[in-house]
Ligand binder design. Sequence first.
Ligand code: R5P
Length: 300
Amino acid sequence: MCRMYDLIAPLSGDPGVGNAIASLFGSRVVKVHTKDHPDGELYLRLGESVKGEDILIVQSMYPSQDRKFIETLLAIDAAKRSGASEIDVLITYLAYARQDKVFLEGEPVSVNTILRSMIHAGADRIYVVEPHSDIPLKTFRENLVAIDGVTPLARRFAGEKDLVVFSPDIGGIDRAARLSRALGVEFHYIDKKRDRFTGEVSSTFREDLDLSGRTTVIVDDIISTGGTIAKAIELLIKRGSSKVYVACVHGIFVKGSVERILGAGAHRIVCGKTTSHIVDHVEYIDLHEHIAEEISRAKR
Ligand code: R5P
């Protein structure tokens, strides 16, 4: 692969993607030094001169979303002030992405605040692996590039017989379409409703769909509490699915979520390695080759 960036700067949340794509691109890795001040504030310094160089800063914003956000802003600002010629950012997991509109009066559009701050600090282009929705892509069309995180998950299900792909909600239908395309199988979606006040989730899907003896794969962008997936699994099993697999790009997996999903009847949980948060019973998939290819395509 040809060199896309002179320098790559992995930050503290990066799950190893920065170093991996630096070797694919033949880029130099810049060490970024950080430490905590006695009062808890973050100090950051780039370990070498970036003057006149193209730099790609790599970060994942989980766990400690707020801290990772500040670290990203400081790194962008440091690169800008040090005279980097182009500053791009790769976010393998973008926190706050689910608050992409005002659902209830008085709320912010958190994802816009996050992205706008990075651009304001000096980011020329921000690559986001599997953003929650395409809403910010329209708002920040000049600066934001989405990287598909679903297609590389397909290889873990290749060769499975009589497979059907499901999205756990209508918002994720494009993800189910991409996974089903990669696998050459059909896809459907579940009609999920979440009560905005209580957070309670209810799910249904087409009455005429009989899944007797079939294997199903539910694909989502994020698994946090596992509530959405557990509800979907129960529904698919009730309709006759003999085996249910789960695939997600970003495994937040808060305490108890994996047990909840396995307890609901999942046979496997497959997840992209977009954060450094690794939990038991989950099969992780490296995405760096796919990310490097997508960056090369976008930058050409
Ligand atoms: C929501 O629209 C997202 O795509 C995920 O379905 C949701 O964030 C999953 O959250 P949880 O695991 O807490 O149900």
